[in-house]
Ligand binder design. Structure first.
Ligand SMILES: *[C@@H]1O[C@H](CO)[C@@H](O)[C@H](O)[C@H]1NC(C)=O
Ligand SMILES: *[C@@H]1O[C@H](CO)[C@@H](O)[C@H](O)[C@H]1NC(C)=O
Length: 336
């Protein structure tokens, strides 16, 4: 009914304004008018694309220097993760014909920088960073809370991935709290991570999938603790020291058996990225960085005081911050 009213109204306005009559005999005017209109439309589209994010190189352009600088300056205490992420993302973005989408699985204790790394990747690919309409973030406990809704979540998620990659092949999907995700939901994502040239006419090979989870955090911490106890430098820890811990916890542990080894071909995940537990000195760096980010003058005394009141583990040695750098923003508000 509404539509009909509107149509009548528009018609009435056109007739009463003489607009319809004016069109009739003069066909040349229409042709010229059409040409102008097309020109204007093209110009309009240009202006629109200039102002509104679109799936092109103006809005999506990888800055490898930018990523390196950001990781060096903003991510603290993660020499292994930093190197793996740089190598993985740069290699993928420079590859004109990737055979599969990029799949990163980030592992480690809370507050160690997994979210920060996803953000830095997004910021150095998409001009709009995390606010880009081509970056999609899902948090298990927010988006997929009710296991009774599993079937809905599955079809919705598949539609979203397909729809968004159809709109823009260079789409990025971040899944947070993977360790809490229902295995059925993980399974429904798997086809998109494959080597298929296309799936129902859509190619996913330009897309980026990032999975975040706490799975493996304990095992990674054990490696870091062993190094510390042996009096070895943290920077001596290499990816190969952490890989056994990772694959054991990620594939074989019943509780955090994230990828359910029987169901997934591990080659679908291109890189498992370990995040080390953070020490007090890293928390201090986070604190100073957070103060400048808030527009405050970095103040070592304030940051020291804040870091002193955080909780550290293991109980006897008190080496690693329980919450990493996670709660620092709020704590600083309290001390300043
Ligand atoms: C890439 O990042 C570097 C370092 O942050 C920055 O100086 C440079 O302007 C960026 N390049 C582009 C094209 O944005
Ligand atoms: C893209 O993903 C978002 C969720 O991030 C969803 O709301 C939207 O409907 C999806 N778009 C398409 C075209 O499927």
């Amino acid at each position: 009914m509404k539509a009909t009213y509107k149509t009548y109204f528009v018609y009435y306005v056109l007739i009463s304004s003489g607009f319809v009559n004016a069109f009739e005999p003069i066909s040349t005017t229409i042709v010229v008018g059409a040409g102008v209109t097309l020109g204007l439309a093209a110009l309009g589209r240009k202006i629109y694309n200039h102002l509104h994010e679109s799936c092109d190189s103006k809005w999506i352009a990888f800055n490898s220097t930018g990523l390196k600088v950001a990781l060096d300056q903003k991510l603290f205490g993660q020499h292994v993760a930093s190197r793996v992420v740089q190598k993985a993302v740069t290699g993928f973005m420079n590859n004109k014909n990737p055979k599969k989408p990029l799949v990163l699985s980030l592992h480690g204790w809370t507050g160690t920088g997994k979210n920060l790394v996803s953000q830095l990747i997004a910021e150095n690919i998409y001009k709009e960073g995390m606010a880009s309409s081509f970056v999609h973030q899902f948090v298990t406990s927010t988006h997929f809370l009710h296991s009774s809704q599993l079937e809905n979540y599955k079809s919705q998620l598949q539609q979203w991935i397909k729809g968004n990659v159809t709109n823009c092949p260079r789409s990025m999907f971040i899944f947070d709290e993977m360790d809490k995700m229902h295995p059925g939901l993980i399974d429904c994502i798997k086809p998109y991570l494959e080597y298929y040239e296309n799936l129902d006419g859509v190619s996913y090979r330009q897309a980026i999938f990032i999975f975040l989870s706490n799975a493996g955090g304990e095992q990674i911490t054990q490696v870091a603790l062993d190094f510390w106890k042996a009096g070895r430098d943290r920077e001596e820890i290499k990816l190969q020291h952490l890989e056994p811990a990772l694959s054991l916890s990620v594939f074989n542990n019943k509780k955090s058996g994230l990828w359910h080894s029987s169901l997934i071909d591990r080659s679908l995940v291109d890189f498992f990225v370990p995040f080390l537990p953070l020490e007090c000195r890293h928390v201090l760096l986070c604190g100073m960085a957070e103060m400048s980010a808030k527009g405050l003058k970095p103040n070592q005394d304030v940051v020291n005081q804040m870091a002193r009141e955080l909780v550290y583990f293991p109980k006897s040695e008190k080496i690693f911050s329980v919450n990493g750098c996670k709660t620092i923003g709020g704590k600083l508000d309290y001390y300043t």
